[in-house]
Design a binder for this molecule. Structure first.
Ligand SMILES: NC(=O)c1ccc[n+]([C@@H]2O[C@H](COP(=O)([O-])OP(=O)(O)OC[C@H]3O[C@@H](n4cnc5c(N)ncnc54)[C@H](OP(=O)(O)O)[C@@H]3O)[C@@H](O)[C@H]2O)c1
Length: 319
């Protein structure tokens, strides 16, 4: 009877009932869409064939962790690889490991923490190469979670982190994108972080630099999609690397090899990706199910715990 009445004359209880039904339906539909799109990417999906985009792939921060895993995985797809990091010895070692895939390698030794001069060295090293894939992977974080003003050697870290996490992404893209646009094909993979999904206290500067990478990537994709360019923002949660200080991989903290194999499969399917199914589920929970204030509060708590543990260890060592 009540439903035949105009909205203004519905009893309050009935109005709330239908509002509840509408909200639940909307949330269920949203969840179902997310689930279906996740299944399409992580269960059924196969990304684009990266080798079709050009002969060479360039990877920054290529001697360890996620960068090294990208270099190896791209070589498995038949791409020749330019490896860029600070240590010639480590670069030679990784180049040797990659040669087993019967591809060419090239190494460039630079420190991304330094100023703009290094980009002339990189440009000279890349001259004449047909670059199909650029992986802007190099990145640093804090040694341990800390309040902004108490971060050791703060002024130096601000310069280094902005140069490595932000400047490198802009400059490498500036250098390599024009030739990709000319050939109407190219892939740029920018390794951001799940800490760009919401503000992470006690990793404030890191979290903010990674948000830059994420926004830069998404906007760039909108600008250059019609020119045949794929730009992807990759936002991992924890991966077992030197940076995360996690030694033993687990399901939710995978090895870099496991992570990158999954992430490469999402290229061309997702502009912004957590790259790996368990991380995509974590991403969904933290961005869609929980209020951002709660996520920030929990991150703060977790990082306060990690900070306390680190400082206690330092004290025990007598530092
Ligand atoms: N691991 C995680 O849990 C995680 C989570 C989210 C996002 N990420 C992001 O993933 C990316 C890779 O992290 P990762 O965990 O693989 O790090 P990693 O294991 O510490 O490896 C970093 C790589 O970058 C190189 N590198 C470091 N500083 C450099 C500099 N100043 N100049 C040139 N090369 C430099 C290192 O080589 P050399 O020391 O030989 O130079 C190494 O090859 C970063 O952007 C990070 O923010 C990581």
């Amino acid at each position: 009877m009540g439903s035949a009445l105009p909205l203004g004359s519905l009893p309050a209880a009935e109005l709330f009932y239908w509002l509840g039904v509408a909200t639940l339906t909307w949330l269920s539909l949203k969840a179902a869409c997310r689930l279906l799109s996740g299944a399409r990417v992580f269960v059924l999906g196969a990304g684009v064939e990266v080798g079709r985009f050009g002969r060479w792939a360039v990877v920054t921060g290529a001697t360890d962790g996620i960068g090294k895993a990208y270099a190896k995985e791209l070589a498995k797809h038949g791409m020749s690889i330019v490896l860029i990091s600070r240590s010639q010895e480590k670069l030679d070692q990784v180049a040797k490991e990659i040669k087993q895939f019967q591809v060419e390698t090239k190494t460039i030794t630079v420190d991304f923490g330094e100023g703009a001069e290094i980009y002339k060295i990189i440009e000279a090293g890349l001259a004449g190469l047909e670059i199909g894939v650029l992986v802007n992977n190099v990145g640093i974080s804090y040694n341990y979670p800390e309040y902004f003003l108490d971060v050791p050697d703060l002024d130096n870290l601000i310069n280094k982190m902005l140069n490595i996490n932000i400047m490198s992404v802009c400059k490498m893209t500036r250098m390599i994108l024009p030739a990709m646009v000319e050939r109407s094909k190219g892939i740029i993979l920018n390794v951001s972080s799940a800490s760009a999904l919401y503000p992470v206290p006690l990793l404030t500067l890191y979290s903010a630099t990674k948000t830059f990478v994420d926004f830069f990537s998404q906007a760039l994709q909108a600008e250059y999609k019609s020119k045949g360019i794929i730009v992807q923002s990759v936002l991992p949660f924890f991966v077992a690397t030197k940076l995360s200080k996690i030694r033993k991989p687990t399901l939710d903290k995978p090895s870099p090899e496991t992570y990158v194999k999954a992430a490469l499969n999402t290229v061309g399917l997702q502009t912004q990706t957590n790259g790996y199914l368990p991380h995509a589920i974590l991403g969904w929970i933290t961005t869609s199910l929980l209020p951002v204030s709660l996520v920030i509060k929990q991150s703060m708590k977790m990082n306060q715990g990690l900070r306390a543990r680190h400082l206690k260890k330092l004290k025990e060592k007598g530092d």
